[in-house]
Design a protein around this ligand. Structure first.
Ligand code: UD1
Ligand code: CA
Length: 393
């Protein structure tokens, strides 16, 4: 039902990354081979978000470029001054004013949000709520806004700095993600003031304002992992660890044998065929496809590479961008391959560098072989024919 409605996702991506001691905008830090922003935008796309507005601040050009790489139609807005979450949302006023059915507000630094949850929130809007809040019950509620519920109804969100001791005892907290019914969104957002301890325009005030206007506000609950927000490098690593667990579980459910799952690092876009075996200590950077019955042996590192059916890779192999291994290829220890097509059944088993090359089907590349591809000015391709034997005599 909700998916037939139009949806504008407003993604707040103005975070500066200062607590990460980094000059890069926070949302451009990556986990599992994807920027935080890209994780959020993929979830938006999967949930059927038809329109997307990304609000950047410092480093907005880089944020815009990343947003457009994922969603070419994304509209970019800039919040010049950091004056609060509601102020940030209103930077995208022009998009909200077009009155889509649903307006989702998502923080760009909460990469574990699931498309199914975005859909649940939109369904609550479709059922008549003017404001929907994603709630959760954190182990440690410090720092979060508390959801004030009276007679089973959400009546307000109180930011911790402004909360009374009784309100601070509330366990149900604001995960940050909110949704608005499009037709009333601007009327609510524009009533938000900044009369609070921080002097900021709090998005969370939307709940009490909607109530005062006679509109309905509701809570959808989810688990803590999904709303993890990232402010520090430690939180970045913790969130990455949760995401790795999700990715490993999904790979195993799909039939991949991970001999020691906790030692294998995947990217969000890693693709596996059937009956693949991955030995301990393997890293998959972005853009890797591994086809049926391939075996990736220990201590191998793969990035933007293709491993064909029945291929054997490693131990200690490095597949760099553009490595394309056809069926039953063997790549052994201390072999590095970059921008090279290794055709069916070819082997390079020991201590070799093969770059900018084609190795024909059935060829054997002996130990210690290097394809010299760069003369200091230009790159040159190496062609090794079918069934060739490059010996190390
Ligand atoms: C916010 C919520 C709080 C909730 C918590 C969940 C408000 C007022 N508070 O608090 O109830 O429990 O998230 O993690 O919404 N941002 C801008 N421009 C601004 C201010 C913020 O773009 O002027 C962006 C930040 O980059 C960030 C997000 O909005 O992505 C949240 O801002 P942050 O300051 O982290 O809010 P919290 O204090 O964590
Ligand atoms: Ca935060």
């Amino acid at each position: 039902m909700a998916l037939e409605r139009s949806c504008l996702a407003v993604v707040l991506a103005a975070g500066e990354g200062t607590r990460m001691r980094s000059a890069r905008p926070k949302v451009l830090h990556a986990i599992a081979g994807r920027s935080l922003l890209a994780h959020v935008l993929h979830a938006v796309r999967e949930a059927g978000g038809t329109l997307t507005a990304v609000v950047g601040g410092l480093g907005a050009e880089a944020v815009a470029a990343e947003a457009k790489r994922i969603l070419p139609d994304a509209e970019i807005f800039v919040q010049a001054e950091r004056r609060g979450t509601a102020h940030a949302v209103l930077a995208a006023k022009a998009a909200i004013a077009r009155a889509p059915d649903d307006v989702l507000v998502i923080f760009g630094d909460t990469p574990l949000i699931r498309p199914q949850t975005l859909t649940r929130i939109r369904e609550a809007v479709a059922q008549g709520a003017a404001v929907v809040v994603l709630g959760f019950r954190p182990k440690d509620p410090a720092g979060y806004g508390r959801l004030v519920v009276e007679d089973g109804k959400l009546v307000a969100i109180r930011e911790e700095v402004d909360a009374s001791p009784a309100e601070r005892a509330i366990k149900l907290c604001n995960g940050g993600l909110m949704a608005f019914a499009g037709p009333t969104a601007l009327a609510i957002l524009e009533r938000i003031g900044n009369d609070n301890r921080k002097g900021e325009y709090y998005l969370t005030d939307a709940v009490a304002i909607a109530r005062a206007m006679g509109c309905k506000a509701t809570v959808i609950e989810t688990e803590e992992d999904e709303v993890r927000g990232i402010n520090t490098n430690a939180q970045l690593a913790e969130t990455a660890a949760v995401l790795q667990q999700r990715l490993r579980k999904a790979a195993m459910e799909q039939g991949v044998t991970l001999v020691a799952p906790e030692t294998v690092f995947l990217s969000s876009d890693t693709k596996f065929g059937r009956e693949v075996v991955v030995e301990p200590f393997v890293v998959f950077g972005p853009g890797v496809t591994v086809e049926d019955n391939a075996v990736i042996r220990s201590f191998s590192h793969l990035e933007r590479a293709h491993v064909g059916k029945g291929a054997l890779v490693g131990p200690y192999a490095r597949l760099r961008p553009g490595a394309h291994l056809q069926e039953n290829v063997h790549v052994g220890n201390f072999v590095e391959i970059k921008e090279a097509l290794i055709e069916t059944g070819a082997k390079a088993n020991h201590l070799s560098y093969i770059g900018d090359a084609t190795v024909g089907a059935g060829a054997n590349v002996g130990a210690g072989t290097v394809t010299c591809n760069y003369d200091g000015v230009a790159k040159h391709r190496t062609e090794i024919g079918k069934d060739a034997f490059i010996g190390a005599a």
